[in-house]
Design a protein around this ligand. Structure first.
Ligand code: ATP
Ligand code: MG
Ligand code: MG
Length: 587
């Protein structure tokens, strides 16, 4: 449906497909099985990609970029995209996050199942293989156990200008290292007492090649493997192995991993040389992060917003988490279209929040039912009602299509009596220049109703306006012959007092007052928008009485709103404002 703009990743994949670079990948068993990487049936997938979240928090809009990129490339090139939980860090990971991540990938419209096969993987299922691979590296003289303190290790690593210096433990024999590593595994040493390091080059200009750590001792219960392990692989060691075991062809990641690529290749080549992995091996490609203005997308900062109660939870409608954006009313289509519009480049990019709102409007314009709502109500009283219709209690019925172009959405029906609710700012006692709505002496149309002529207002002792007064202009009811005989410039919406539905409406604004809240190392909490949530008691037209939580509407003149998926109930309606009809909010 969307136009596929070429980019450097597409060019690489097309080149590889043409050259047959990834042909000859065979599969036997499940990733992580000993037999898996040896012979087997040729892989039917032309390319394999993966989305590899760490289940240590909720997905945010930046992850949507990575999800749509990887699943989209797999779809477009006859491939498969894996959902892989990168769960090698026992402390921060929880089942709650695993469940939420699965739900949101599906919500965005993607699926890791194809031909009845699930491509859902957990890195922790490869711990046995990773351990065997580490023993292989040790026996090949490519890894050693280092007992330096973390401080010594840091000092000896050097920096960009200074080469590192070898650890005194670097020259141990493979046998000594193997014995020590097994002691680490068997719980003979305290947390942090020693680590396993790759033996590469302490003088490398790339600091990531100065004997990076592969394993550490950490006594922590893992959400999948429980207390089976007290040593855990480092991310940089685990990730390439995960890709290789799953026969990923193109391992797409963000730019900050560029300097890790030489180690990625070193590790996989080393394991292939030892017969633990087979060629062709996965290749890593980096692209620029997507950032959205007026939000922060670091999990750490999002967690801080939740834990310090600046917002009401991970799914607070102001949060750039996918659960928050869904609750706010952003549709999967709007998020996918925004993300696609940012393209794929070699530099980090900022996208303006208004782009997301534009795609939301474009999506809902064509499908959301219309409804009237009064968000800041004041009564409008018709002083000639009884005179015109014979009784103060007389009620007129009005009709309107639920959607101007979708007859299948049906008709709305509402009642007009001698009093209706209107917006407080649809009346001015003394009009400003150009004001065309209600002011004494002016005629205005009530949409789907009559033309009325304003005659004044009622006030309380403080001078607050308590009601606006008007007379109905006879024979002007919308949809009746001659209704348009009187021309008026202003049209306002209203809700009948007889059938209005009381509702809580939550009006959201951006969470931060600065487009780049954490720019230049600023504490993002300093630029929190104190007015990011305003709650009003509104009157809604009766068609909104029994709507399902999560249903979205265009409130005429106001914008797009959604019935809150958590708090909305038929007997206590709650709606969230998604965005206005125009871009004014974000100007
Ligand atoms: P954060 O820094 O917010 O904690 P992360 O990169 O540590 O995010 P992961 O769970 O490891 O979180 O991310 C899964 C994938 O999503 C990674 O491949 C990561 O590169 C990608 N990703 C995360 N943020 C963005 C972003 N803003 N733009 C594009 N891709 C992103
Ligand atoms: Mg990460
Ligand atoms: Mg991170």
């Amino acid at each position: 449906d969307t136009v596929k703009v070429s980019n450097f990743l597409r060019a690489i994949i097309e080149r590889d497909l043409e050259a047959g670079t990834n042909a000859g990948r065979n599969f036997a068993g499940t990733p992580g099985d000993a037999a898996h990487h040896q012979a087997g049936a040729p892989d039917p997938a032309k390319v394999r990609l993966r989305f590899p979240p760490e289940p240590n928090g909720y997905l945010h809009v930046g992850h949507a970029k990575s999800i749509c990129l990887n699943f989209g490339l797999a779809r477009d090139y006859g491939g498969i995209c894996h959902l892989r939980f990168d769960d090698t860090n026992p402390e921060k990971e929880e089942q709650e996050y695993v469940d939420a991540i699965e739900e949101m990938v599906k919500w965005l419209g993607w699926n890791w199942e194809s031909n009845d096969t699930s491509h859902l993987f957990f890195a922790s299922n490869y711990f046995d293989f990773m351990y065997r691979a580490a023993e292989y590296l040790i026996s090949a003289g490519l890894a050693y156990v280092d007992e330096q303190t973390p401080e010594e290790m840091r000092l000896h690593r050097g920096d960009f200008n200074t080469p590192g210096t070898d650890s005194p433990f670097r020259s141990r024999t493979p046998e000594e290292n193997l014995a020590r590593f097994r002691e680490m595994r068997d719980g003979k040493h305290a947390d942090g007492a020693m680590v396993l390091r790759a033996k590469i080059d302490m003088a490398s200009p790339n600091i990531n090649l100065r004997d990076p750590t592969l394993y550490r001792i950490r006594r922590a219960t893992h959400h999948n493997t429980g207390d089976k392990w007290c040593i855990y692989p480092m991310y940089t060691y685990a990730h390439p192995i995960e890709d290789a075991l799953e026969r990923i062809t193109h391992s797409v990641c963000t730019l900050e991993f560029e300097d890790q690529r030489p180690f990625y290749d070193w590790l996989l080549e080393s394991l292939a040389a030892g017969g633990l992995l087979a060629h062709p091996l996965p290749k890593q490609y980096e692209f620029g992060r997507m950032n959205l203005s007026y939000v922060v997308t670091s999990k750490r900062k999002l967690r801080q917003l939740v834990e310090e109660k600046h917002v009401k939870g991970w799914d607070d409608p102001r949060m750039p988490t996918l659960v928050g954006m869904r609750r706010r009313g952003y549709t999967p289509e709007s998020i996918r279209n925004m993300v696609d519009s940012t393209g794929v480049t070699k530099s980090n990019s900022w996208i303006d929040y208004s782009v997301l709102d534009g795609y939301l409007r474009a999506d809902l314009e064509g499908k959301a039912a219309r409804a009237c709502a009064v968000l800041d109500p004041v009564k409008l009283k018709f002083t000639n009602w009884a005179e015109l219709f014979g009784s103060e209690d007389h009620v007129e019925l009005s009709h309107a299509p639920a959607h101007p172009h979708l007859p299948e959405l049906g008709t709305r029906e509402f009642k007009m009596g001698s009093e209706v609710w209107i917006e407080r700012d649809d009346f001015l006692e003394v009009p400003v220049k150009g004001y065309q709505r209600l002011f004494p002496g002016n005629k205005t149309r009530l949409k789907y109703g009559y033309v009325v002529e304003c005659t004044g207002c009622e006030k309380d002792a403080d001078g607050t306006i308590t009601a606006v007064l008007a007379t109905i202009v006879p024979d002007t009811k919308s949809g009746t012959p001659g209704a348009d005989a009187i021309k008026v410039k202003g049209v306002i919406t209203w809700v009948g007092v007889q059938d209005a539905v009381a509702a809580e409406v939550r009006l959201y604004d951006r969470l931060f007052t600065e487009a780049q809240p954490d720019a230049g190392g600023r504490d993002f909490l300093e630029v929190l928008n104190p007015g990011s949530l305003k709650v009003v008691q509104a009157w809604l037209e009766p068609s909104l009485k029994d709507v399902a939580a999560g249903a979205a509407f265009q409130f005429e003149r106001h914008g797009y709103f959604v019935a809150d998926r958590v708090d909305h109930r038929a007997d206590k309606p709650v709606f969230n404002k998604i965005t206005g009809l125009r871009d004014s909010n974000w100007a």
